[in-house]
Write a protein that binds this ligand. Structure first.
Ligand SMILES: NC(=O)c1ccc[n+]([C@@H]2O[C@H](COP(=O)([O-])OP(=O)(O)OC[C@H]3O[C@@H](n4cnc5c(N)ncnc54)[C@H](O)[C@@H]3O)[C@@H](O)[C@H]2O)c1
Length: 415
């Protein structure tokens, strides 16, 4: 029987609810939500009602997060508050000896990231970005294929956050996401895409992001929606499509797209490409030399040419699913197609065993910095900007931060 981890949740909005539901469904025997905190009493009341409905012990409630992180009844905290508060809360949690699980989103300044790094280094306490997409089936499949060498040497990747959220302009209530889109012009949400890619490319462990350039298109999507909702002509600063190109120390390139204000189906635009093949999210397929089909054809002039055919990803799952997914696919539970359950399990196992988290403070800093760096680049007419080395040179060595089942550096068989 595993030791029960006592968790505090700070920020009881929509994301907090999904995390709680996932903990009830997947991790109920191993985790106790012993404390909750929100500045809004109605959110606390809602959580208490959910707990009652599930015959769950009522968590101690706080409206001041400082009291929660000082509590002896909490081993670690999850922080689904907001982009402007979660880093500061995580820093204080670590300074109180509590592992911090930070929700996704980009940073507003490099300084807040340096503070986070120094807090982890000086306390020896870990923080983990709860980047659930790192445990997505296709992202872990791609990690597995990459580590088996089936893509060959990695050359180019792409990722994005392309999700029509334009209706947030209807209310214009200046809440979190909307106010960032209103005032800023940059890739606001890089981590769903860049997180899994950074792991595959061994960023901070033998590789690093060196420079980026970022370019914003004009922005019309939010203004269109605001007008539709009777708000008149409202100018949002963000461009509809933000395109960022990152260059890595080992020579790979990454293109990253942010598009949340135009009508389109959801995509994280995930692509991992090497000298022998690639994974492509939007076609839900791979092409891998020696596995995928090629056939010879003759063109109208009588010259031979080779046609490369996509292999649907369903055809490779059976053999190449990551070991975590070989087991999990039999009974997928929790939010976001199961990714949330796996991420929370990885975090809670690290807390329970006092081991480093599979996504560490250097990963958080590097991934989140892309937001404010893309902002700088756009403001300077797409000039290249340098990405800081938050590891202070530790990236030069190829290390495995967290060996074992949850590792996102190497692939281990299920325990
Ligand atoms: N990983 C994912 O798939 C995923 C999905 C959705 C949202 N998120 C992330 O989760 C976070 C929260 O998103 P949301 O949609 O739940 O937002 P939300 O605005 O619905 O909820 C945030 C809650 O935090 C509370 N809060 C804010 N500051 C606080 C503070 N200082 N102390 C205590 N409580 C505070 C607010 O009152 C609110 O109830 C964001 O960072 C978002 O990017 C992640």
């Amino acid at each position: 029987m595993k030791k029960i981890v006592k968790l505090g949740i700070i920020g009881l909005g929509a994301r907090g609810e999904t995390l709680l539901a996932t903990l009830f469904e997947f991790n109920r025997e191993e985790v106790l939500v012993s404390a909750i905190c929100d500045v809004k009493q109605e959110r606390i009341d809602k959580f208490h009602q959910i707990m009652k409905d599930h015959d769950y012990p009522l968590a101690t409630a706080y409206t001041d997060y400082r009291q929660l992180i000082a509590s002896d009844d909490v081993d670690a905290v999850l922080i689904p508050t907001s982009w402007n508060s979660h880093l500061r809360i995580a820093e204080e949690a670590m300074r109180n000896g509590k592992y911090a699980g930070i929700e996704v989103g980009g940073a507003s300044s490099l300084d807040e990231l340096w503070h986070l790094v120094r807090a982890a280094e000086s306390t020896g306490v870990s923080c983990m970005m709860l980047e659930n997409c790192c445990y997505g089936r296709n992202e872990l499949l791609s990690l597995n294929l990459a580590r088996q060498g089936l893509f060959g040497e990695l050359i180019h990747c792409s990722c994005g956050y392309e999700h029509d959220l334009s209706e947030m302009a209807h209310l214009g209530n200046r809440e979190e996401r909307e106010v960032h889109n209103f005032r800023r012009n940059c890739d606001l949400y890089p981590t769903h895409g860049i997180g899994p890619l950074a792991k595959i490319l061994r960023i901070n462990r033998g590789n690093r992001f060196m420079t980026l350039t970022s370019t914003a298109s004009k922005g019309r999507g939010f203004a269109k929606e605001a007008e539709k909702a009777g708000r008149g002509h409202v100018v949002y600063n963000i461009g509809d499509v933000i395109t960022t190109v990152i260059k890595c120390a080992n020579g790979e390139t990454i293109t990253m797209t942010h598009c949340v204000s135009l009508p389109r189906p959801y995509s994280r635009d995930f692509r991992v490409q090497g000298t022998k093949g690639l994974f492509l999210e939007d076609t839900k397929s791979v092409f891998i030399e020696g596995i995928s089909t090629t056939r010879e054809e003759i063109d109208v002039a009588g010259n031979p040419y080779t046609v490369h055919e996509w292999t649907p990803v369903e055809e490779v799952y059976e053999k190449y699913d990551h070991p975590i997914w070989k087991k999990f696919r039999e009974n997928i539970v929790g939010g976001h197609g199961g990714m949330d359950a796996l991420t929370l399990s990885a975090f809670c196992d690290a807390v329970r065993n006092h081991t480093p988290t599979p996504i560490d403070v250097y990963d958080c800093a590097a991934w989140m910095s892309l937001t404010c760096l893309s902002e700088e680049s756009i403001a300077m007419g797409s000039m290249p900007v340098a990405v800081p080395d938050f590891t202070d040179g530790k990236w030069i060595y190829e290390t495995v931060g967290c060996p074992g089942k949850w590792s996102l550096d190497e692939v281990y068989d299920e325990d």
